[in-house]
Design a binder for this molecule. Sequence first.
Ligand SMILES: [Zn+2]
Length: 300
Amino acid sequence: MLKIAYSPIYVYQVPERHRFPMQKYPLIVQQLLQEKTISTDNLFAPNKLSEEEILTTHTEEYWHKLKTQTLPRKEARAIGFEMTPQLVERGRYIAHATYECALYAKQYGISLNVAGGTHHSFADHGEGFCVFNDVCIASNLLLARGEATRILIVDLDVHQGNGNASIMANEPRVFVFSMHGEKNYPFRKQASDLDIDLATDTGDEAYLEQLQQTLPKLIEQHQPDMIFYQSAVDVLATDKLGKLALTKEGCRARDEFVLQQAKMHAIPIAVVMGGGYSESVEDVVEAHCNTFRLAQQMFF
Ligand SMILES: [Zn+2]
């Protein structure tokens, strides 16, 4: 059974200028339901992270500032959303969903969260629209509870996962692989276990070749029993922030390759969305939907 985490709380009511990055979430679900790739049985509403779970990854000081809404304006500005209690609540659900997806992936091979991939969140601060680091929290919970022993993060968002790199810098059980645009945010990058910096305007062929040369080797070397895959679609040529030049077909081929590798090696894979900022929201939704379609076709 394909299990997909989604809750209405994913759509945070933000000021007009931020509407775009949020509206894709319900549209992805609507599209998948409408075309019958999924039914409502595939959807599950996640639970909320407890304070204890947050503190596996984030500092007490950062959590306190979020909880009491006392984040200094400068730190709130780095996150990029207006700081409200609802924003914090939303983040708690989304991050817990990523953990639940990992558990479902153990059961069914794959599971997807219709949000998440908040890889710019550090232990002690957030930035780049990221409050909590969902994949790092989920990884820490899995490790602490004996539900995974070796984790591979495959982060193919066009932006480097600086938060992941920083949080997992001293955690040998988690291998962080980030392939991203060299000339893109974050401009001061952290060192992941493996970083591949791509030149501006890298297209399908060069992109896929890099991935095909790299991922099988990483799986071989690290022997993960859980993969987190950040399947962001800000690698598309149409993306306003991306600076790469993938087509929708290239993006689909990328997803197919990653999913195939996980399936072939029987490694559970939990998928999170990450960014996508094309001019037309249809492009974003279509490219994200491809990931869900592939999951359904390849695993069930
Ligand atoms: Zn991104």
